[in-house]
Write a protein that binds this ligand. Structure first.
Ligand code: FES
Ligand code: FES
Length: 165
């Protein structure tokens, strides 16, 4: 029998503590234990990027991390983007430029875009391709995703919530 281990994290500004199996992945912890199902699970092998979240302000693939490895961290998931029912400018940009269809990949793209705009507030096409190269989409043309990121940049969408360092 495996012994559960404590995990203490802040997710979208809310503190959580739980006992988890040491082998539980971070994405299963977010979705199954905390009910934050906006982070999607696609390949479970670090390939598709659907499970991308911010850990201490940097993108990670939550299917490749164990929940116990995130102990003490500040996390942000796609649920942390909107505020009081108002979409984040990145979400607005993806909606306005048709940067999604089924939406399965979208949480990962949004989180990767947020990280990109922190470092490149006005990114070039190449910088966008480089930053989003690890996010796969099976149904939206990548051109409209690139346009969405440019529009997000125009909207000055780089702001991070105050709880992310
Ligand atoms: S589910 Fe994590 S990268 Fe695909
Ligand atoms: S919008 Fe369907 S996979 Fe990207």
């Amino acid at each position: 029998m495996t012994t559960s281990r404590p995990v203490r994290v802040t997710v979208n500004g809310v503190h959580y503590e739980a006992m988890v199996e040491p082998r539980m992945t971070l994405v299963d912890f977010l979705r199954g234990e905390l009910g934050l199902t906006g982070t999607h699970v696609g390949c479970e092998h670090g390939v598709c990027g659907a499970c991308t979240v911010l850990l201490n302000g940097q993108t990670v693939r939550s299917c490749l991390m164990l929940a116990v490895q995130a102990d003490g961290a500040s996390l942000m998931t796609v649920e942390g983007l909107s505020r009081e029912g108002k979409l984040h400018p990145i979400q607005e940009a993806f909606m306005e430029e048709h940067g999604l269809q089924c939406g399965f990949c979208t949480p990962g793209f949004l989180m990767s875009t947020l990280e990109l705009l922190q470092h490149h507030p006005d990114p070039t096409d190449d910088e966008i391709k480089e930053a989003l190269g690890g996010n796969l989409c099976r149904c939206t043309g990548y051109q409209s995703i690139i346009k969405s990121v440019h529009l997000a940049a125009e909207k000055k969408a780089l702001r991070l919530p105050h709880w992310i360092g």
